[in-house]
Design a protein around this ligand. Structure first.
Ligand SMILES: [Zn+2]
Ligand SMILES: [Zn+2]
Length: 570
């Protein structure tokens, strides 16, 4: 789907027009179209093929022509002209939290700032705080924001990295003589964010693999090409290293390149103590190779159970593996349903029927619709009357027998400033799953935020705390909150913790998941899908759960419906 690319181009046009400052209305039109395209539930190319672009809200004839041109040629004339007239890297600057079109225009007009480096320099030299309406606090926020963006340039979300490496793996696998292709490193450990990609290949003919790799269609730069190792850079900035390793070393190579560094240091020490030597070629006693082709065999000879890659962080997994006490981690197939999804009744893109079709196709046993509530006005949140109608609608849909999954009635209810909820108890009492979330006042102090959340969890109709730390990976840090206290209050009120599977959230993080597990708190892995294809986020939730040492028993949406309802009946 190229929806995101198109939306990005329209956004850049809007920003450049705003910085140019000649026309007030045009940028608004481009932004409106950009938002509509972002929330489309359908591939924009399919819409263009049907010649129906102007049916998208906010897309008139002029913008539709520009979209067609972009889809056909990758270019929009107006955008090219604007880039010449206004030489500012607006998308780069706009990525900085707290920096919007007004700030970009101000620093460009007054200080000549055109990119991230110049913005950083101006902030370091205190020149931004001197500008009208800016001040020291804003300048500090900008400095902090630049650091976030810089990290983001080096690391990408796991979902983005997987979307890049899966087609490369397929491409390499088709080269004659290739036996195995595995991407190692932090991607294999399913870290939340990933830097460079490291691919290992077992192949008959290394030269053939190298020749094919450097001409992969998305390569923008070949930084090295050798007989068994090459490095390329791809469109979008990923660096990919590829190594061909002999079959009898492939397992050792996998172990070595998967990491983490800390895990491997420990493992090498264990080998040494046993009079062995471990490196990327194998496990050796003197000159003799005792293992190498099979990764699991290396762990076994060293006296350890096989450690799944998600656990290899030197966080106690080595000891657990030595004592035969590693948890039996949850698997994707254990999941029976999703307890947090949105429809176009609030800020989702698809109708309830489309979401249910998609849930059915994924084989779910139950599926909860949980749209936003009234305080979240930008998401068209529901008041009691609309929610009541939604409850009745779901009764009818369940009775229709059209879908295999049982439809659960839910809502994602806003936690207000004082910790109360924005929906009356008598309506909450009719819902199967009440998820409560923080969507406002995220800068509250730790004490205020903790009190707010704990107060909300004490409402007897609440079942789940949604995205408990509020972070957006590479964009927004976790808000200040004492999760230990939250977990205690949740436990005594029989409230579940959400593991939000959206790849930009993955909230709770692995350490917090382990803490929740130690306390005996149960977790719900939810996609928070706003479009049908986002239901596939579930796999990222399962990876993250595994990183948090969770078993099937720790996760409520592995339960059959009857047992789940017993848990939810509190
Ligand atoms: Zn939310
Ligand atoms: Zn949500």
């Amino acid at each position: 789907m190229r929806n995101r690319e198109v939306a990005r181009a329209l956004k850049e046009i809007a920003l450049l027009l705003e910085v140019e400052g000649k026309d007030k209305f045009k940028p608004r039109a481009y932004r409106r179209a950009m938002r509509a395209i972002t929330s489309l539930g359908e591939d924009i190319e399919a819409i263009a093929k049907r010649d129906e672009l102007t049916e998208i809200p906010g897309v008139g004839k002029a913008i539709a022509e520009k979209i067609s041109s972009f889809l056909e040629t990758g270019k929009i004339d107006l955008l090219e002209r604007l880039r010449e007239r206004v030489p500012v890297k607006v998308m780069e600057l706009e990525a900085v939290p707290g920096v919007g079109p007004k700030t970009i225009k101000l620093v460009y007009d007054e200080l000549g700032v055109t990119d991230l480096d110049l913005l950083e320099k101006a902030a370091e030299e205190g020149r931004i705080s001197d500008l009208k309406g800016m001040g020291k606090k804003t300048e500090d926020q900008i400095k902090e924001g630049i650091q976030l963006v810089r990290v983001g340039l080096e690391r990408k979300l796991l979902s983005e990295a997987m979307a890049v490496c899966e087609p490369i793996e397929l491409y390499i696998a088709e080269i004659p003589g290739v036996r195995k292709v595995v991407t190692t490193g932090s991607l294999r450990r399913r870290r939340e964010t990933v830097g460079d990609l490291d691919i290992l290949v077992d192949a008959e003919d290394a030269a053939k693999v190298m020749d094919a790799f450097v001409v992969y269609e998305k390569v923008t730069d070949v930084s090295a090409k050798g007989s068994t190792k090459s490095s390329i850079r791809l469109e979008g900035g990923f660096q990919v290293d590829l190594r061909v390793i002999p079959s009898d070393s492939f397992g050792a190579g996998l172990q070595y390149f998967t990491g983490s560094v800390d895990h491997n240091v420990r493992l090498r020490a264990i080998a040494q103590n046993a009079g062995l030597k471990l490196n990327e070629y194998g496990l050796f006693r003197g000159e003799e190779k005792v293992a190498g082709s099979d990764e699991a065999e290396i762990y076994s000879i060293l006296g350890l159970d096989y450690v799944p890659p998600e656990l290899r962080e030197n966080k106690g997994e080595i000891e657990a593996a030595q004592q035969g006490e590693l948890p039996e981690l949850i698997e994707h197939d254990d999941i029976r349903g999703d307890l947090h999804t949105h429809t176009d009744a609030s800020d989702g893109s698809n109708t309830i029927e489309e979401m249910l079709d998609a849930a059915d196709a994924r084989g779910f046993e139950y599926f909860c619709i949980s749209d936003h509530t009234q305080s979240l006005t930008i998401a068209n949140g529901m008041d009691e009357a609309r929610l009541q109608k939604c409850i009745e609608e779901i009764d009818d849909l369940n009775a229709s027998g059209r879908w295999k999954p049982t439809i659960l009635k839910g809502a994602e209810v806003d936690i207000l400033a004082d910790g109360s909820l924005d929906i009356e108890d008598e309506v909450l009492a009719q819902l199967d799953v009440v998820t409560v979330s923080i969507h406002s006042r995220m800068k509250d102090s730790k004490e205020v935020m903790t009190d707010r959340v704990c107060h909300a969890l004490e409402n007897k109709y609440v079942h789940v705390l949604g995205h408990p730390s509020g972070r957006l990976l590479l964009k927004r840090p976790e808000f200040e909150i004492d999760l230990e206290r939250v977990f205690e209050v949740a436990k005594s009120n029989r409230v579940l913790m959400e593991l939000n599977a959206a790849p930009s959230r993955l909230d709770l993080n692995a350490g917090n998941l382990r803490a929740a597990r130690r306390m005996g708190l149960k977790v719900a892995i939810n996609t928070d899908a706003h479009k049908i294809h986002e239901l596939d986020f579930m796999s990222y939730g399962v990876y993250q759960a595994r990183r948090g040492w969770l078993t099937k028993e720790d996760v409520v949406n592995t339960l059959p419906l009857k047992k789940l309802m017993r848990v939810l009946s509190k």
